[in-house]
Write a protein that binds this ligand. Sequence first.
Ligand SMILES: Nc1ncnc2c1ncn2[C@@H]1O[C@H](COP(=O)(O)OP(=O)(O)OP(=O)(O)O)[C@@H](O)[C@H]1O
Ligand SMILES: Cc1ncsc1CCO
Ligand SMILES: [Mg+2]
Length: 246
Amino acid sequence: MTGTSDFVESVAASLALVRQRRPRVHCLMNTVVQKFVADGLAALGAIPSMTSALEEVEAFAQRADALVVNLGTLDEERRRAIRLAAAVARDADKPWIVDPVHCDYSPSRLVFARELIAAGPSVVRGNASEMDIVGNANGALRIKTGAVDELTLDLHTIRVENGHPLMAQVTGTGCLSGALIAAFMAVEPDRLKAATGALLTSGIAAEIAGERSSGPGTFEALFRDALAALRPEDIIVNARISHAES
Ligand SMILES: Nc1ncnc2c1ncn2[C@@H]1O[C@H](COP(=O)(O)OP(=O)(O)OP(=O)(O)O)[C@@H](O)[C@H]1O
Ligand SMILES: Cc1ncsc1CCO
Ligand SMILES: [Mg+2]
């Protein structure tokens, strides 16, 4: 990797590319946060699609630019839909991300998360409890989010410090981060760069919203506004990241 400032500049350019190309992200998203995630993608400038119907999920995944698979509300039919869409993404070499939501709460969900990871997603993202239990990432970029986000791929570790504590009081900011990462991967083939761009975008937008808001309710609306208004130069000026090589 070149110097951090070159890296941030090229990451910031990927925000402009998302706005220009408007990638479609197919979301197999939990039922709790579907609207929040679709609105967040739209605010960014991407196009969400959300169906999980068995008869059409493959067609939706095939024509999408990236896929996000989120395990938040699983039942047998959704597992089948996820398997179908993941196979399409894998066979078409399309970027896809697994968010193993609550795999720490249920043994059967943990087994399913590991099955998906064995199929070779581009990225696995979760909070600390989920990432600590899910195990080997099978070559995927591993992202543990929290007050500081930690991205690990091969020997590289990037830490993204931007963000705001109110993010933890709005259900779905992690789920949305997975969808934003998918949108960035659709326009930036270097997944470490793409994911850093998505997390900086979300973290800096949250800082702007946090300054203006009076609690989680107003924060949610202001966060979406800030996502829509964020410019590449805001990333260059406000990014707080570090890089280590082991
Ligand atoms: N205390 C904090 N300070 C700053 N940013 C935070 C904080 N906690 C979480 N975040 C940010 O909020 C987002 C969600 O991270 P978190 O690890 O809470 O995900 P999650 O538990 O999967 O959330 P959810 O399940 O509600 O979608 C990430 O972008 C992360 O950077
Ligand atoms: C609260 C909750 N339950 C299942 S998914 C979800 C939101 C994201 O974690
Ligand atoms: Mg989560």
